[in-house]
Design a protein around this ligand. Structure first.
Ligand SMILES: Nc1ncnc2c1ncn2[C@@H]1O[C@H](COP(=O)(O)OP(=O)(O)OP(=O)(O)O)[C@@H](O)[C@H]1O
Ligand SMILES: [Zn+2]
Length: 755
């Protein structure tokens, strides 16, 4: 080691104060590719990897994580010192590994991934102390305070306050003494009570893993045994594949109990936390205490408390959306990914990662068990289970002997919906006579129907009857969706809103604009007219305001206070409504349009899930799928109730095309305000496209959503064999192209959304 410069002058020479100090690499939660070096002042030693520190960055002070030893390539004189080490648990090696892995895989800057793991920086500061009041031995003696009855009561209460508890607040002490808090404060000011700062963390009741669960059926017990054994024995991935209503949740609760009994933490990932709002309640009933929730709608203060409680090991179960994967669990023992096939685990903005896949990465890094649960597992996961990489844990039967209903295809060409009367005027119908009849029968049996239509609002398109003009979003290449309740036309991509115009904006014809196609609101109009006595609700993400309202509605449905539910995908999964016996899918073909790689898979999964809501208890269920293409393989597979067969056909097709999971895809979205510059950049990328065996580059072509928020978008797609490591190829590719100002390229490895 060479000795450092002896002079201590100069603004950059802080490091020389410490001589040839040790260097550490510190990763900062800003879009940087790699950690920066800093000098370690001796008083901060030992500073091990994972330690949370504050360091200077330009003129700012940034939070950072010690990532390892520094490299020697920054001259000593340029090195700036670590300023402070935070009094918080170090970031675990497995979480650091996850950050590195996620950055390397998605090609996102490592610092940007770290930012997800430090999403609530204020959680690192200790909570603000409150004032507590404790007795002094001297009491009123030596003070100028007069002994009153009230004061004596307070002093007595303070003296009797148990020493095992933190000193009480003025309000608590006053309440105990039966006086007002001003008396307490007066005593403290006069010197008869000591005012002391008290730091308190919120109290979190622990779940009790010893509480008995339900008696499991032999199938369930066997599955639970396998998962319990997995939870005891290091890294593994299990696919818990159970038909809808088979008790997957009850079974993985057993694995959770096992991990909790070992004193370790559990993370449960759900696709959309708000939509499965009943989950926390089920957990509470099973384990006697609520889980800690984690999702983007939580108030900041609550996120802060939970982040901190997780880091300090005071929380043992978190149920959260995908971002919960980056929470700082010090002793994570089990990860459950429920509805593992769900596309919501893939993040589309920011770092484009798939939380299901990253859960496996975290599991491997931390040596812990991962359970993927689904009734319709993704093709990726099924292949991993078939190849033996994942343990397959099947639950082939519904709990309590209920039958999984076999959907019936209702051909809309053979059974066209008949018009109904809206205020004496014939109105378009979206419900075929056989479905209406089934609804009537269900009503007369006092059972519930669910009409499933995955479209919010009144109508997905509004057009002019005179000139054919369609109302389009000014910022995006999409149609505006009418929301009649809120009296607006809305873009579901950029949230642009405008009132419905009186005249056609193109030909100025008055009163000529007409809705085209149904959304849930329009369907509700028809149902209300046809079944005026039925109690009906519409459940869509924009009609359920928040998780609490959603949970309340689900509870009302569960208790039979509703006859007909009209719902979007928020109604598709997770719910268990004993009285629900009819499911009508209004437009089963809806998800199949467009050239999306996973359109068929997603449609199958979604409709199979929805169908699975029917007949889950004593009464048998019936499912009707309205379609214009009953011969379509997805409709045939649904009607055969055979996910296995569907996946086999789907696997063959994708294999033949070398599409994921048999091949790899990376999407490059080129975007910018200036269309010409975007096109030029796309062409430049195409000219520099990697040339390698088993690699093919398609495009550039306008993305399906060619304009989004005024940004023009063109897309290139790199397709490669599975054996190809695509990340270095893409890295070199991007490095070779200079983009014009104002043009961005977004890289999406394993794209899900193809818009
Ligand atoms: N062994 C059991 N004893 C009592 N009740 C059970 C048992 N197993 C399952 N149940 C009940 O059956 C219903 C369905 O179970 P659960 O929700 O766990 O199934 P699931 O497979 O997760 O369903 P889905 O995938 O369709 O949402 C729940 O109300 C659950 O409490
Ligand atoms: Zn828009």
């Amino acid at each position: 080691m060479t000795p450092g410069p002896a002079t201590a002058g100069g603004p950059d020479a802080g490091a020389s104060l410490f001589g040839a100090s040790r260097r550490v690499a510190v990763l900062l939660p800003v879009p940087v590719e790699a950690p920066y070096d800093y000098a370690v002042p001796p008083e901060l030693e030992p500073l091990d990897p994972g330690a949370l520190v504050r360091v200077p960055l330009g003129k700012r002070i940034e939070l950072g994580v010690v990532w390892g030893e520094g490299a020697a390539d920054v001259p000593e004189t340029k090195l700036r010192p670590v300023l402070e080490r935070l009094d918080a648990p170090a970031m675990t090696e497995s979480l650091r590994h996850l950050v590195e892995w996620c950055a390397a895989y998605t090609l996102a800057p490592m610092g940007q991934v770290l930012r997800m793991a430090l999403s609530v920086p204020e959680a690192l500061d200790p909570p603000k102390p409150r004032t507590g009041y404790s007795a002094r031995v001297s009491g009123l003696e030596g003070t100028s305070l007069r002994a009153t009855d009230a004061r004596r009561k307070v002093l007595e209460a303070a003296a009797r306050w148990p020493s095992s508890e933190p000193p009480p607040s003025a309000a608590d002490l006053a309440r105990r003494a039966g006086v007002g808090p001003a008396v307490v404060k007066g005593l403290a000011e006069g010197g008869a009570l000591a005012a002391v700062p008290v730091v308190e963390e919120p109290d979190i009741p622990p779940p009790d893993p010893r509480r008995p669960g339900p008696t499991l059926s032999p199938d369930q017990a066997a599955a639970a045994d396998t998962l319990r054994a997995a939870a005891r024995s290091g890294f593994s991935v299990s696919l818990l594949e159970g038909v809808t209503g088979s008790g997957k949740t009850e079974v993985y609760f057993e694995a959770m109990a096992e991990t909790l009994a070992q004193g370790r933490q559990v993370l449960v990932l759900l696709p959309e936390i708000a939509l499965t709002a009943r989950w926390p309640e089920r957990f509470r009933q099973r384990f006697g205490a609520p889980p800690a929730p984690w999702h983007s709608d939580l108030p900041r203060a609550q996120r802060r408390d939970i982040w901190r409680a997780v880091a300090f090991g005071r929380v043992s179960v978190v149920v959260g959306a995908r971002s919960a994967l980056f929470l700082p669990f010090p002793d994570l023992g089990l990860i459950i990914v429920d509805e593992e096939h769900d596309g919501a685990f893939k993040q589309d903005d920011g770092v484009p990662y798939n939380a299901r896949d990253m859960a496996v990465v975290r599991g491997r890094a931390g040596g812990l068990a991962v359970v993927l649960a689904s009734a319709t597992p993704s093709l990726e996961t099924v292949l991993n289970a078939r190849s033996g990489r994942y343990t397959h844990v099947p639950l082939p039967r519904r709990h309590g002997g209920a039958e999984v209903p076999t959907p019936e295809l209702l051909d809309l060409r053979a059974h066209p919906p008949e018009k109904w009367q809206r205020q004496g005027v014939p109105a378009q119908s979206f419900l075929a006579p056989p479905l209406l009849k089934a609804m009537e029968e269900t009503l007369s049996r006092r059972e519930q129907s669910l009409l499933f239509l995955n479209r919010r609002g009144y109508a997905p398109l509004t057009l002019c009857r005179v000139c054919g003009h369609r109302l389009q979003c000014p910022n995006c290449s999409t149609w505006l969706v009418e929301h009649r309740h809120r009296r607006v036309l809305q873009c579901h991509h950029c949230d642009y809103r405008t009132p419905l115009p009186q005249k056609c904006p193109s030909c100025e014809a008055p009163d000529a604009l007409a809705p085209c196609g149904p959304g849930v609101e329009r369907l509700a109009e028809e149902v209300a007219a046809r079944f005026p006595k039925a109690r009906m609700v519409v459940a869509a993400s924009d009609t359920l305001l928040g998780p609490t309202a959603a949970a309340e509605l689900m509870e009302r449905i569960e208790q039979g206070a509703v006859d007909i539910v009209i719902g979007t995908q928020v109604m598709a999964k997770g719910h268990h409504f004993p009285l629900l016996t009819l499911v009508g899918v209004v437009d089963a073909d809806l998800g199949l349009a467009g050239g999306d790689l996973r359109a068929a898979e997603r449609t199958f999964q979604l409709l199979h899930q929805v169908a699975g809501r029917a007949g889950r208890a004593q009464r048998p269920g019936r499912v009707l799928l309205q379609t214009t293409d009953p011969a379509h393989p997805v409709m045939q597979a649904l009607a055969a109730n055979d996910p296995e067969r569907f996946l086999s056909v789907e696997a063959e097709t994708r294999n033949a095309l070398m599409m994921p999971p048999f091949g790899r895809l990376v999407a490059l979205i080129v975007s910018g305000l200036d269309e010409r510059a975007v096109i030029e950049a796309g062409k430049a990328l195409a000219r520099h496209a990697p040339y390698a065996e088993d690699v093919e580059v398609l495009g550039p072509a306008p993305a399906p959503l060619a304009v989004l928020r005024r940004q023009h978008r063109h897309r290139l797609l790199l397709k490669a064999a599975r054996s190809v490591r695509v990340q270095p190829l893409v890295r070199d590719w991007l490095a070779a192209v200079r983009l014009p100002p104002g043009v961005r390229v977004r890289v999406d490895v394993d794209p899900y959304g193809f818009m």
